[in-house]
Write a new protein. Sequence first.
Length: 376
Amino acid sequence: MVNDLLDATGIPDLGFLVKHATAIVGICVLLRYVTAVYADAEADVRRSARISAAVHRIAARASVGTIAVMAAAFFFLLNPPDTSTLFFLERHEGDLGLPIYMGLFYLYMGAAATVCAVQWGGAARATPIRSVRIGMRLMSCAMVLAVLYVLLRTAFVVVITVTTVSDSVSQAQEALTDSLLYLFSLLWGIGAIAPVSRAGSERYRAARSLLSLHWLWRELAMAAPDVVRYRPSRLFARLPFVGQALDTFRDVFASPDVSLLVRLNRYTVDIRDVIFELRRRAPVDLVERARDLARSVPDDLHGSEIRAEALWIRSALLCEGTEAPGQSATLAPYPFDPGTDPRHEVPHLRAVATAYSRIRNSDARTLLARTTTHYA
């Protein structure tokens, strides 16, 4: 249908120009995606990263410039095509404008493939994950084949411009370059499975962790809104039944962070920052009280330390604006250790969040009203 509409304009081969321009836009998108990781590289990183950062900055402008020059060559340099054949190169065989038109297309494609090959090859050496490393190498090999494809096609364009080739030579060239293109697609598709699958798995785990932490993060953030970077959403708070779910969705999936992993890191930092503020007003013996109560009510799912930490947080939140017995100007102890590695901290906080959701405010008030001797 699109080709029919383009043919209706009366401009011969306009469909080929649109197809080539669309391909350049697609290559530009891929190129910017590949180089985005290195766009903010520091001065002391390897040369490939600095080159990639430069390519990332100029990719869009280069694509626009390439399309503009190709369009000028198409309208002003190419002669009327030989409509007896379906292939663009054969339709313009011997045309002096063909090397300029197709040369620009192949130059952009080859440059993009080279950058992708370098970046994926470098990533393969750096990643510690075997499956991702193999995938990156396959994708890098695919881009090497793409460069070879570009070189062969460019050479063929030059040859058919300066001389006439036989049908057998033309068919052999088509068979060879098509084979390279099919092998490129196969290697790229297989290689992309591991990185894409891992990226999807990481996003899924990050989303699950965010949903698990959201209730704890929200209550802490509401208690100290000036401490957190972004305040919890209250846009849908007045809507009955669905308001809380919509605000949760907005906090987890639509906040300004660049990715779910960055958002998860922000949640953990916000939780720890607010807990630090809670230590300013919590009773100094709240840890002993919480541990005594946690040991008296065993939690087979999480353990007494997790339950004690959740009790401490729930109780400390209730100390806001009060003068609790034993409260001191110094920071209340908080000896619970979640670890500094996100691989340990996130599961720890998820367990605390689950235990926190099972503790009622009445339990926390009871804990604050008693002394440690009640649990001796």
